[in-house]
Design a binder for this molecule. Structure first.
Ligand code: NAD
Ligand code: LMR
Length: 336
């Protein structure tokens, strides 16, 4: 057992994703069964009571790894000594809204939080932005934290990655863990590119398995273009329409998997995460884009050298254009 607790800060801890996250973090699902955790919950004043209620329930679970829960509405207090920061608190999208509509509402949150992280977080802090528009919020937080290495700032596209696995598992009638090396490229939005060009199922190309199952390569290609890609890319809106509010348990599960694989290492091929580009695959430097990534336990590295065909390239370019437009919009607001 590692004696020193890891400090995990969760913003928006009183919200629905927060409620689905806290108990699994305290139970060891994120950092492993040997790491004690200290939780810091950041909320705005209206959310404090909900966070306090969750803290009471955390106490009632008597988690052996939990070494305390603090609740605050002050970012500097919340991020003091943070080793992991999950930036969830934001205004969620409601029916009919696109992520771009959220830019103005959320841009003001992530600059001050990035600055507070810069001042008081631990030297090894890992930051995962979940609150939407997640990629651009991560860009703002990273830009506001000049002393923290840029590669410590990520945005969540693991949910999109897992959604892609879930759709393929049903289409191929296999368990999800039979499928490897799916990739999500670009923005966590409807422009994202869920890519199966390099994916395998039980070691065999997914494209071959789909062709067998669907009656040929043309049918497989049509299914990917007309059903799989739009279903994955618009799954967030589908959940909102069906459930009446945005995804929560699946988002929390993906956030936990993202951090676990970043700090403990990936074990089965690659996963997907939005990281600060250094120009990989022609994505302009500084944009926070999703790529296929792996980790040896010291953070994510982009899988380099993959071929993108002309259609894949066009899809990635379209999503990157959206990311650049979001960056330009927040620059115009004077946030960057
Ligand atoms: P929610 O409304 O249930 O909870 C958000 C919480 O954040 C609220 O309790 C609110 O009081 C708090 N909050 C607002 N501003 C804050 C601030 N400045 N500091 C601290 N806390 C603040 O929303 P939710 O369903 O938990 O979703 C949270 C965010 O996650 C939304 O932006 C949503 O769109 C996003 N999301 C992202 C993904 C993804 O895959 N990246 C998936 C699902 C949801
Ligand atoms: C999701 O993908 O479920 C979230 O980003 C919520 C949304 O607004 O789509």
């Amino acid at each position: 057992m590692n004696a020193t607790p890891t400090t995990v800060t969760v913003t928006g801890a009183g919200g629905q994703i927060g409620y689905a996250l806290l108990f699994r973090i305290a139970g060891g699902a994120m950092l492993g069964p040997d790491r004690p955790v200290r939780l810091r919950l950041l909320e705005i004043p209206q959310g404090i009571a909900a966070a306090e209620g969750a803290a009471l329930e955390l106490q009632d679970c008597a988690f052996p790894l939990l070494r305390g829960v603090e609740i605050t509405d002050d970012p500097r207090t919340a991020f003091d000594g943070a080793n992991v920061a999950l930036l969830v608190g934001a205004r969620p999208r409601t029916a009919g809204m696109e992520r771009g509509d959220l830019l103005a509402a959320n841009a003001g949150i992530f600059g001050p939080q990035g600055a507070a992280l810069n001042e008081v977080a631990a030297d090894d802090v890992h930051v995962l932005v979940v609150g939407n528009p997640a990629n651009t919020n991560a860009l703002i937080a990273a830009a506001s934290a000049p002393d923290i290495p840029q590669d410590r700032f990520h945005a969540l596209t693991r949910l999109d990655h897992d959604r892609a696995l879930g759709q393929l598992a049903v289409a191929l009638d296999v368990p999800a863990d039979a499928i490897r090396d799916v990739a999500i490229w670009g923005n966590h939005s409807a422009t994202q590119f869920p890519d199966v060009a390099h994916a395998t199922v039980d070691g065999r190309p997914v494209l071959d398995a789909l062709a067998d199952r669907l009656g040929g390569r043309d049918r497989a290609a049509a299914w990917l273009d007309d059903e799989f890609i739009p279903r994955v890319a618009k799954r967030g809106a589908e959940i909102i329409a069906v459930r009446g509010s945005s995804s929560a348990a699946s988002a929390a599960n993906a956030a936990i998997s993202h951090v676990r694989d970043a700090v403990l290492g990936t074990t089965a091929g690659w996963t997907s995460a939005a990281v600060v580009s250094r120009g990989e695959y022609g994505v302009p430097e500084g944009l926070v884009s999703s790529f296929p990534v792996t980790s040896d336990g010291s953070g994510y590295r982009i899988v380099e050298g993959l071929e993108l065909d002309a259609r894949g390239r066009a899809r990635l370019d379209a999503s990157v254009a959206e990311l650049a437009a979001e960056r330009d919009a927040v620059r115009e607001m004077g946030v960057l």
